[in-house]
Design a protein around this ligand. Sequence first.
Ligand code: ADP
Ligand code: MG
Length: 196
Amino acid sequence: RRGAELTGKLLAFSRRQVLQPTAVDAGAMLHSLADMLRRTLDQRIRIEVRTEPGCPPVLADAGQLESALLNIAINARDAMPDGGALAFACVTLAPLSPQLPDELAGAADARHVEIRIADTGCGMTDEVKERAFEPFFTTKEAGRGTGLGLSTVYGFARQSRGAVTISSQPGAGTTLRLVLPCVQAEHRPDEGDDAP
Ligand code: ADP
Ligand code: MG
């Protein structure tokens, strides 16, 4: 099973994973992930979710998105061994929003959703931040870290026509921003055209 998982992660990183994008309600996904984490993580980690009302669906592979969010949350847990706060949020980025990551400049005329995962953990030095998306880069001891969490998240984000960015400082916590495209009208055959 571990071999299969590893292969899946490597394929995702090399952008060969077969993704099945559908319309995903990121806010609902964050709430159910938070419920699961509240039951399973250390009680000293406070978990909160703030979703924007009416946040539009994103176009992404639901299973891969969930696993990306879980990877990010597990990193946050590892960064807060004595507890802290883990905050999930999602907001709409309007077309041409100045908040859009540079990688998405070519798609700036489209709407995106930004999913933010912020922790109050140990944070990262500049050196770690620069290498965090590298496959097999880990600062954790052997057997604890594989260095494949964030590289997989990066591969998933780019393959989904989105982007992922980190802001972090040692001692000041970490915020991951995962930006994904919203579902375009033509991907929503259920709404509109065929209606009587
Ligand atoms: P792993 O968790 O197996 O080490 P990842 O690819 O998930 O691999 O993360 C790579 C490295 O980035 C981690 O070893 C850690 O140094 C750093 N990192 C990732 N997320 C966080 C975080 N939330 N806070 C502090 N450091 C982090
Ligand atoms: Mg990890």
